[in-house]
Design a binder for this molecule. Structure first.
Ligand code: WAQ
Ligand code: MG
Length: 278
């Protein structure tokens, strides 16, 4: 018989519960077999109590058994790294990535500006790419992609694969799992993200056709505000289907996509195509 799997979710805040105005510190989740429950809960607790954004004074951890038949298995998106000198160059590259993913250049620029100017949220903004309006039911929180992780049996292989690329850190492991789920959501044409951890300046643009495009800097160091935008095209799917996939569908990655290499913007997009003349 196959082992039972459990979805463990953690969210933490400082200044009390998120719902009472507490400042979001960290949110994370894992899908693990029974024997890993204790170690997983304690590592999630540790993360909330020792986070670079501050020590949490509100921590909520929930645990739920998953029915095997409810799981949809996915492969992870192929990884490409675009090496940029600073966040401005990174943002110019991100616009070009969004454009390659199918957005017009004005749409791509508008999405980037929305993220740069967004309030601090616990979830992502879900943006209609035509009207640029936010579609999340809860605008204080944003929409959270949940119910995703790497299959426990490929975790060792994943770590070895990422280690070889110099990418074996928790940001990459979690973001790649999330992006691999979100890119397959009905109506999602692209995602853009950068971390809210002050010292982690890398971010990414992802889409089914682009894969996971890392940009080595998307924000200046020391900034504790990050965010995510899921770009939704209502001509391709209905909003409820999309929200169901993001928030309810359990997805587990059981196949590791390839690493396509490291490029400069000029190398990848061609000379000065991305609007930075240097
Ligand atoms: N669903 C939707 N939005 C989320 C979720 C989620 N499950 N988790 C976080 N967010 C939003 C929220 O607004 C956070 O402030 C923001 O995303 C950033 O989250 O390849 O670490 O967990 O080197 O800080 C990307 C680059 C790292 C990794 C992303 O994001 C790489 C990162 P963080
Ligand atoms: Mg973070």
């Amino acid at each position: 018989m196959q082992k039972k799997l459990y979805n463990i979710k953690m969210r933490s805040a400082q200044g009390g519960n998120h719902k009472k105005g507490g400042q979001h510190i960290s949110g994370a989740e894992r899908i693990v077999p029974e024997e890993d429950i204790f170690s997983t809960v304690s590592s999630l607790l540790k993360r909330s109590l020792t986070h670079s954004k501050g020590k949490a004074d509100f921590i909520n951890i929930s645990l739920e058994e998953i029915k095997r038949e409810e799981i949809i298995y996915l492969s992870s998106l192929p990884i490409t790294t675009l090496e940029v000198r600073n966040y401005k160059e990174g943002r110019a590259g991100a616009i070009q990535c969004l454009h390659t993913a199918g957005l017009s250049l004005p749409q791509a620029r508008a999405i980037l500006n929305l993220l740069a100017e967004a309030p601090s949220l616990r979830g992502a903004m879900l943006i209609d790419i035509h009207t640029l309006k936010r579609l999340e039911p809860d605008l204080q929180r944003g929409v959270r992609a949940t119910g995703m992780d790497w299959a426990p049996e490929i975790y060792p292989r994943l770590e070895a694969f990422l280690e070889k690329e110099g990418l074996n850190n928790i940001h990459v492991r979690e973001a790649l799992a999330l992006a691999s789920k979100v890119a397959r959501a009905p109506g999602i044409v692209a995602e853009i993200c950068w971390s809210d951890d002050p010292e982690y300046t890398a971010g990414y643009v992802a889409s089914p056709s682009l894969g996971y495009m890392r940009l080595t800097h998307l924000k200046p160091a020391g900034v504790a505000k990050g965010g995510r935008i899921f770009c939704f095209d209502p001509c391709q799917a209905n909003l409820q289907q999309c929200l169901h996939w993001l928030e309810e569908q359990i997805t587990v990655i059981n196949e590791i996509g390839p690493c396509k290499g490291i490029f400069s913007l000029n190398n990848y997009f061609g000379e000065n195509k991305y609007g930075v003349n240097r």
